[in-house]
Design a binder for this molecule. Structure first.
Ligand SMILES: Cc1ncc(COP(=O)(O)O)c(C=O)c1O
Length: 454
């Protein structure tokens, strides 16, 4: 048995060594590229999930695209084909792929210390929390750092229950807040929720954008003695298909929450840090949330990090018992270094302002294009560089996503929900690149329109 295990270990040592060699190689020969492709396909088939291969293959036209390099607004597959990244990691790459200032901060920190002791006071967590207190809306002051969006939402939900001593949570139809059990309960799509029912008790969903429906639900819950702790909302629904609520929705929600003593949680995991043309999308509506959730772009496209942030008053219950909610890796020094640099770049280069201008340039041209192809497109809409194109059917959206991929543009929304495809490029995308995206969209719309007529 011992001999057998040693053989397995020896083979694993050899495999790991080979993988490390590939990681270290600046250039690959053709046969090395083929090796990486075959090994990746084998790994996904046998050890990750072959479902992903089927999913990706259906949009990949000439071969299974294996990503290998990235920079700025583009990524390059292993065969050297360059793609304009109009998916932007669903909002991760706001400051671009491998932003040099973020890499520099992370490398500098790496030279000294990567992860924290878990016991002493780690300075970068304090620095980042101070920065967030400066830039976030209203009186938000205390931050808890996580490793992902779903964790930021989990923490926010727990904090709301802790502070209000109530257990009801209201979310909305079309909402996406993550897929761990608590955040999944707030998420709305049946396909993700149904296999795991019953989920966390106390959650209800009301239509997004309808303040009256929200008030009825809060009042009814209070009437039956099941008071609501918090309402959780995305300022613009992302996964739901770029749904922008009426202008007066959030001000009304704020008033309703204040009236009933309900906390307002803004889930800015996708909309945060410049994506919609403001640093935080809640600024569009001129109101402040009680708890703010961040993640995707916070780590500057280099490190995973999220946060939930709240006021001194709401944080009170956490202070006598700081261990009531913890995570080993959340707010580690490398992730905090990346987040500090990401905030620095975002503010220093006025990425939010740039995004507002780029959106004002791109969206009207896109609307013109979708109007021209009214036989396949329903509507184009968006704020800043959070943009959706809604098609007449899933099949048409899927054909468009496929055509774009063939022509070197990656967009979000393919197999699972392609009726609305999303355009969320890095905020550093150039106007020339946006023009190229419009040109290729025109060509693909024309092809798909001809095909659908035929
Ligand atoms: C608004 C929103 N909240 C939460 C999440 C979950 O984030 P994560 O995938 O990092 O868990 C997402 C992810 O798409 C999101 O868009």
């Amino acid at each position: 048995m011992k001999y057998l295990m040693q053989n397995i270990y020896n083979s694993a040592i050899q495999m790991a060594g080979e993988y490390l060699e590939f990681i270290a190689k600046p250039e690959l020969t053709e046969s090395e590229k083929n090796w990486v492709v075959n090994e990746s396909i084998k790994g996904f088939t046998e050890n990750v999930n072959p479902g992903f291969l089927q999913y990706r293959k259906s949009v990949s036209t000439d071969y299974t695209a294996i990503e290998w390099m990235d920079s700025g607004s583009t990524f390059t597959d292993i065969h050297g084909k360059v793609f304009i990244d109009c998916l932007g990691g669903y909002g991760v790459y706001n400051v671009g792929h491998r932003n040099s200032r973020v890499i520099e901060a992370v490398t500098n920190q790496m030279k000294r210390q990567a992860l924290h002791s878990q016991e002493l006071i780690d300075p970068l967590r304090a620095f980042l929390a101070r920065l967030l207190a400066e830039i976030t809306p209203g009186g938000l002051q205390y931050s808890f750092f996580t490793n992902s969006g779903t964790e930021s939402v989990e923490g926010a939900l727990k904090l709301a229950r802790l502070h209000t001593k109530r257990f009801g949570i209201i979310s909305t139809t079309g909402a996406f807040h993550g897929k761990s059990l608590g955040s999944l309960t707030a998420t709305s799509k049946a396909v993700f929720r149904e296999p795991f029912l019953p989920l966390v008790p106390g959650f209800r969903h009301v239509p997004y954008g309808n303040a009256d429906a929200l008030e009825v639900e809060i009042a009814s819950a209070a009437y039956i003695g099941e008071d609501i702790a918090a309402v959780i909302l995305e300022p613009i629904q992302g996964e739901g298909g770029i749904i922008i609520p009426p202008d007066d929705y959030f001000p009304k929600v704020r008033d309703i929450c204040d009236h009933y003593g309900v906390l307002l949680i803004a889930d800015e995991v996708q909309t945060g840090l410049g994506r919609t043309g403001y640093l935080f999308a809640m600024e569009h509506y001129g109101i402040d949330p009680d708890i703010l959730c961040l993640a995707k772009p916070l780590g500057g496209g280099i490190m995973p990090i999220g946060a939930f942030i709240s006021t001194e008053e709401i944080w009170q219950e956490m202070i006598p018992n700081p261990f009531i909610h913890t995570t080993t890796f959340g707010g580690n020094p490398l992730a905090c270094a990346a987040a500090i640099a990401s905030i620095h770049v975002t503010l220093d280069e006025d990425l939010a302002g740039q995004t507002a201008e780029k959106g004002a340039y791109f969206i009207p041209k896109l609307v013109e294009l979708t109007d021209k192809y009214g036989d396949i497109c329903l509507e184009a809409r968006g704020r800043g560089l959070m943009i959706g194109i809604e098609f007449l059917s899933d099949e048409i959206g899927y054909e468009v996503a496929r055509g774009l991929f063939e022509n070197g543009i990656l967009v979000a929304g393919t197999l699972i929900n392609s009726k609305t495809i999303r355009i969320e490029p890095p905020l550093v995308i150039s106007l020339a690149e946006l023009d190229k995206v419009l040109e290729i969209l025109g060509k693909v719309f024309s092809d798909v329109s001809k095909k659908s007529k035929a």
